[in-house]
Design a protein around this ligand. Structure first.
Ligand code: ARG
Length: 570
């Protein structure tokens, strides 16, 4: 709009010069006089002509009338003189051509901005607990976290994705006891995470009758903490097996991390931070444990050291934040976890502030609600835990069935089934405001006619197929819009950049997911109302082909922001 305003200001200046060539006003001064009317019926731009009365020595009403008669250019549809105001209506075709040519010129870059240039954001997400199932509860942090990463990158930030694996703590003592007692340590890799989980469950079953197993576990963990070579080797192998398994799921979701630095990475970095807390007089003894009292801030105390001196989850988070700040000099460090951990983050963020770190306000917690399974029945193990990989595979299987039934000759069937099956789950998840608790229904998520991943991916494939069939894609963007659904589509497409900003400022990928639905429905309405390739008039046909191409670009860019793949044929 700014560019159009400048162009119109130049035209206005020519008209003003015709009335009086000696006003000394240049186009920029005229542009500064113009306003955006509060009400669309008053035009898209207006010039309050009283601002010119003195230099033109005429009444505002006269000036407005004279300018309205003289002013014309391709950007202007109509000018009206109303009560001393010159109201200017911008041509719809002109505006649309601007939007469409910008989309086509920028392509993959359309919607990007550079507010984050020169700034770094650290994103801590996914972060499952090693040797435990990567379950549905981790879907939120994984896909919200990665989507935020893509959004920050889109806004020009340098992003560092950290997987803060839960790879330390007494549970490893239990795992080691279980491995040594009932497991086969030569088969850790062969049996994978499933094997580790089974052993871990066995530990808890056995420990019910033999509570002394807990002491054994503590002893094994202490050995690990003291660097015992055998335990260290077992622990390392459990981690390697777990990461290899998680990476299969990450690959399906198209996710990568820069670092897999889990909690254990901070072991040697904690003493310095505990010392700093002590120096600042923050540590208090409470029944032998060291805590930071947060009563003044209406929060329970933050636990720093247990009675035996061992560290805790907050201690590790505090040390990790300091390390990340010193290493990456972040502009923000964002943590995506379930809302159940909100208090934990509020507590240790406060401790970091009390420790005197002036960057404490750069720590951001992004919480999300819980997800339960409705509708579809899922195989469960150990009570109600649903493994993410099971859910993804079940979705892929169902899409494969649909493809085999409806489009059996589709090339790359397996790849498409995976892209659509995984996409259905991601899309469904990211459709809701993150803080809402949701009940997941696989059938609904897979409905090609609903507000789903398959529906929007199908719309994208529809654009691809139209463009593939078009004999020539027009070079120049000269539009001829004849239907309301065409203008509505262009308007929707033009909103993408502002949606990117909204999503980022609210840490809310659902803004993009809902926007994708808006684009898909605007496109499908246009597709329903307008003949595209079979339109007789060449200019109209070309306009529609370009609108299809612009839609494909915007959908594709938006898909990238929510980790949705772009199959060209379904
Ligand atoms: N491992 C934790 C869990 O599964 C999540 C870790 C989140 N990140 C952090 N820096 N605390 O609940």
């Amino acid at each position: 709009m700014q560019k159009i305003k400048t162009q119109i200001a130049e035209e206005l200046k020519k008209q003003i010069d015709l009335i009086n060539p000696d006003t000394g006003l240049d186009a920029e001064a005229v542009s500064l006089m113009m306003e955006y009317p509060p009400d669309k019926t008053l035009g898209d731009l207006a010039l309050p002509c009283f601002k010119l009365s003195r230099s033109l020595r005429r009444s505002p009403v006269q000036i407005a009338t004279q300018l309205a008669e003289g002013l014309s250019c391709d950007a202007i549809a109509e000018c009206k003189a109303v009560n001393g105001y010159l109201n200017i209506f911008i041509s719809n075709d002109f505006l649309s051509a601007k939007v469409v040519s910008e989309i086509l010129a920028k392509g993959d870059d359309y919607g990007k901005n550079d507010v984050g240039e020169g700034r770094t954001v650290v994103l801590d997400y996914s972060s499952p607990n090693v040797a435990k199932p990567f379950h549905l509860g981790h879907l939120g942090t994984t896909v919200i976290g990665h989507s935020l990463r893509r959004l920050f990158e889109f806004a020009g930030y340098k992003c560092i994705g950290v997987n803060h694996l839960g790879d330390w703590g007494t549970s490893f003592g239990k795992q080691i006891v279980a491995l040594k007692t009932w497991g086969d340590t030569t088969k850790i890799e062969e049996n994978g995470v499933d094997g580790l989980v089974t052993l871990y469950q066995k530990f808890h079953e056995e420990a019910e009758a033999r509570p002394e197993l807990f002491d054994e576990a503590r002893a094994e963990f202490t050995k690990l903490e003291n660097g015992d070579p055998e335990n260290t080797e077992l622990w390392k192998r459990c981690i390697a097996v777990s990461i290899a398994e998680y990476q299969k799921t990450y690959a399906q979701l198209d996710i990568e991390f820069d670092y897999y630095t889990g909690e254990s990475f901070y072991t040697d970095k904690m003493p310095a931070q505990v010392e700093r807390m002590r120096e600042k007089g923050l540590l208090k003894l409470d029944d032998g444990a060291s805590i930071v009292d947060l009563a003044d801030y209406n929060m329970p105390p933050c636990l720093i050291l247990k009675r035996d001196g061992s560290t805790l989850y907050p201690t590790r988070d505090i040390s990790a934040a300091v390390y990340r700040h010193d290493t990456f000099d972040f502009d923000r460090c964002v943590y995506v976890t379930s809302a159940g951990q909100s208090l934990h983050f509020a507590q240790w963020f406060k401790v970091v502030e009390l420790m005197g770190y002036d960057w404490a306000n750069k720590l951001v917690h992004v919480p999300y609600g819980t997800m339960s399974i409705g509708g579809a029945k899922l195989g469960t193990r150990s009570g109600n835990v649903v493994w993410l990989k099971q859910l993804l595979n079940m979705s892929i299987d169902k899409v494969r069935d649909v493809i085999n039934e409806k489009n059996p000759d589709l090339p790359n069937k397996e790849q498409v089934a995976e892209e659509v099956g995984v996409g259905a789950i991601v899309f469904n998840y990211l459709l809701n405001s993150r803080i809402k608790d949701i009940s997941f229904d696989l059938e609904a998520a897979l409905d090609f006619n609903g507000n789903t991943g398959p529906y929007v991916q199908y719309t994208y494939a529809r654009c691809c197929s139209i463009l593939e069939k078009a004999t020539a894609i027009p070079e120049s963007v000269e539009l001829s819009l004849t239907e309301e659904s065409e203008s509505a589509l262009v308007k929707t497409l033009s909103r993408f950049p502002e949606k990117v900003n909204d999503a980022l400022s609210q840490y809310e990928p659902s803004v993009i997911t809902r926007y994708i639905l808006d684009v898909a429905s605007a496109f499908n309405r246009f597709y329903h109302d307008c003949q595209i390739l079979s339109a007789d008039d060449e200019k109209i046909r070309n306009t529609r082909i370009l609108l299809t191409k612009a839609t494909k670009t915007v959908l594709g860019n938006a898909f990238g922001l929510i980790c949705l793949k772009k199959p060209e044929k379904i």
